[in-house]
Design a protein around this ligand. Sequence first.
Ligand SMILES: O=C(O)CCC(=O)C(=O)O
Ligand SMILES: [Fe+2]
Length: 184
Amino acid sequence: MMCLGKNWDPDAHMYTELRPYDNSKPPGIPEKFSDMVKKAIQDSNEFIRGKNDSTRILRAGPSSDEGKVVPSMSPDICIVKFYTKTDRHGLHRDKDESEKSLEKGLPVVSFSIGDSAEFLYGETRAVGEADKVILESGDVLIYGGKSRLILHGVTSILPDTAPASLMEATNMCLGRLNLSFRMY
Ligand SMILES: O=C(O)CCC(=O)C(=O)O
Ligand SMILES: [Fe+2]
C-alpha cells in the first residue's frame, strides 16, 4: 500500500501529514488524477439523472450540489493498493476521514486496474447477505451520500483476467491495482 496526499495508518485508523517510516510527506495527487475523479462524479450524476425523473432526485450535500445524488469533492487522499492473486480485503467501512466529510457523504471514488476482483458490499457483516459485483479493469466504483459508510471488501482476485492490451502497454505485475480517492 502507498498513499498520495495524506498518509493513512491502517493500524491506528488515522491520517497523518507525514509517513512514520521516513518522516516524509507523501507525494501529492497529480492534477490529472483529480480531474478524473471529478469527471467520474459528474458522469455518475448524469447517468443517475438520465435514469430518473430529476425532480425526484434527493438533495445530497451542500446547496451547490442541489439535484446531485453524489456530492462533488476535491480529493486530498489517494490510497493505492496492489493485490496479488491471493490477497483479500475483509469487510470494513471507510470511516477514518473527517466527521464533516462523512456527514456530507463526500464519496470514495475507486479505480480498478489489472485483474478483476470479486467485491462484496452490504449493510451487515454477514458475508452471506452481502451483494457481490465483479470489478473489472477500468471500472470506477463510487460510494457516497447515504452509502458512504457501506460495508465492503474484496473476497478474491480473478487471476489472469487483466486485459492483454493493458499488460502489453504497461508491463505491470500480475495482479490488481486499486486507487481509492477521498477528501479528508
Ligand atoms: O480494492 C478495492 O476495491 C477496495 C479498497 C478499499 O476498500 C479501500 O481502500 O478502503
Ligand atoms: Fe474501503
